[in-house]
Design a protein around this ligand. Structure first.
Ligand code: NAD
Length: 450
């Protein structure tokens, strides 16, 4: 089916009302849940082939995560769908105002390669829960996952309701020409701009989940052992190919040496003395990305790691010292297992550097001081983040997940996914029992009531 016919077919399906009733939405979510369970082994194999993800990492960050989002949506959907009654001012006596969540209609989900399953399915959960139809465009850089996902969705759903369109830039560009009612894009800032420009032609609303350089600060009063463990975990998970991974580290000069010792120990505990030989360590997605990352290894001095395997596209968890903002590694989002370590004396200086750069997707601060926490959180703009942890904020369905400024617009997860795929329609239900004459009166009279 060509793209235009596909979208037209979905429009007809949507307008037939088949996506709207609560029991139908619940049923489709259940189908998706069972379908994922059925395809679990194939997904494990595909994630291993495309990224060398271990089953444990594949389950916790992709498959299990998607299943949890579905369970959460099924549990709360009836509440989310309820119209919300709101107050009315005295000028509206007798009327009732309410807000009704309404599906956008036919939606497009464009996914990246780094969590190729989860980042396609989690938005889909929101699209289904909110009563939409959806076209999903998985990433071409993870072709095995893309294939399994397309087969799974093809088996579970009528393409008039949910369809996967595989392919690269061309497929994506073709889809962006179609009259969607909402576009949910996850990927790079550069492509986010292309998506938004295409959406602007039809004034299609967009959710943009983008990236950027997410800072991590370790203050002198931090619990260093825990900071080391949580930074190493968040940075090197998926070999640093995580949109919210700490991109660079600022550590207070007085605790730098101690933190580095702990971090090296943590790297060894998690990945072994020679991570390049660890068969469960995630690989870099493509030769192009491998080349880009390998070139950063010549920046500054290698404090830990630095090894790589060109054949298997592996780069060891690496800490770089002696880095300045002039180094290429600081010019763009790293998106790999390389962590530049910068030091500071005065926290104000760090904050003024961070706020000169685009607003990051994530931000992490390690401190035991409530005052430092309040001050820094207030002064640094960012999409979402953690105090005394990394990445974990995205794993709670109660927090909206998204960027701000260049790191994105809109948010999702839990109820926020439902909201991302809904228009909140305002309705005023006026009484016919009486009529307030004053509203039709002279401007002078009417003004008294405003
Ligand atoms: P990407 O922007 O290159 O690709 C994302 C998707 O867009 C893919 O499906 C791709 O086929 C499509 N695409 C690529 N070029 C296109 C074009 N010219 N026109 C239309 N579509 C096009 O991103 P990526 O390399 O897959 O992912 C890495 C980026 O995604 C990083 O910047 C990362 O921070 C970001 N990311 C963000 C989140 C988040 O939740 N905010 C999550 C994961 C990744």
């Amino acid at each position: 089916m060509d793209l235009s016919t596909l979208v037209q077919t979905q429009k007809e399906y949507y307008h037939s009302g088949k996506t709207r009733a609560l029991p139908i939405r619940l049923l489709q979510l259940e189908l998706l849940y069972k379908g994922i369970q059925k395809y679990e082994e194939e997904l494990f194999a595909a994630l291993r082939q495309d990224l060398n993800k271990s089953d444990l990492e594949a389950y916790t960050t992709e498959i299990g995560y998607a299943l949890k989002e579905i369970s959460f949506a099924r549990k709360h959907l009836a509440d989310w769908m309820k119209p919300e009654k709101v107050k009315t001012p005295v000028t509206h006596a007798g009327s009732a105002g309410y807000i009704v969540p309404e599906p956008y209609g036919v939606t497009l989900i464009i996914a990246p390669w780094n969590y190729p399953f989860q980042l396609a399915i989690a938005p889909l959960v929101g699209a289904i829960a909110a009563g939409n139809t959806a076209v999903i465009k998985p990433s071409e850089l993870t072709p095995n996952v893309s294939k399994v996902m397309a087969a799974m969705l093809g088996e579970l759903f009528d393409p008039a309701y949910i369809a996967a369109v595989e392919g690269g830039v061309e497929a994506s560009a073709g889809l962006l020409e179609q009259p969607f009612d909402h576009i949910f894009f996850t990927g790079s800032v550069a492509v986010g701009k292309i998506v938004m420009a295409a959406a602007a032609k039809r004034l299609t609303p967009v959710t943009l989940e983008l990236g950027g350089k997410s800072p991590c600060i370790v203050h002198h009063d931090a619990n260093l052992r825990l900071a080391a463990r949580r930074i190493v975990w968040g940075k090197f998970l998926n070999a640093g190919q995580t949109c919210v991974a700490p991109d660079y580290l600022y550590v207070h000069r007085s605790v730098r040496e101690k933190l580095l010792i702990y971090m090296k120990e943590e790297i060894q505990t998690r990945y072994g003395a020679r991570p390049v030989e660890n068969r469960d360590y995630v690989r870099i997605v493509s030769e192009r990305h491998f080349g880009r990352l390998a070139s950063f290894l010549a920046n500054g001095e290698v404090l830990a790691g630095g090894g790589s395997d060109t054949e298997r596209l592996i780069i060891e968890p690496t800490l770089l010292g002696g880095i300045t903002w002039e180094d290429p590694v600081m010019a763009e989002e790293i998106f790999g297992p390389i962590l530049p370590v910068l030091e500071y004396e005065n926290l104000d200086d760090v904050i003024s550097v961070i706020v000169q750069h685009p607003k990051p997707l994530a931000f992490y601060l390690f401190t035991e001081s409530a005052k430092v926490k309040r001050d820094v959180i207030e002064r640094v703009p960012f999409g979402g983040g953690c105090v005394n942890d990394t990445i974990y904020h995205l794993a709670t369905p109660y927090l909206p997940f998204g960027g701000v400024g260049e790191s994105g617009m809109g948010s999702y997860h839990g109820e926020y996914s439902f909201r991302a795929f809904s228009h909140y329609k305002s309705v005023l239900h006026q009484t016919t029992k009486f009529d307030m004459k004053v509203r039709y009166g002279t401007a002078k009279n009417a003004l008294k009531y405003i």
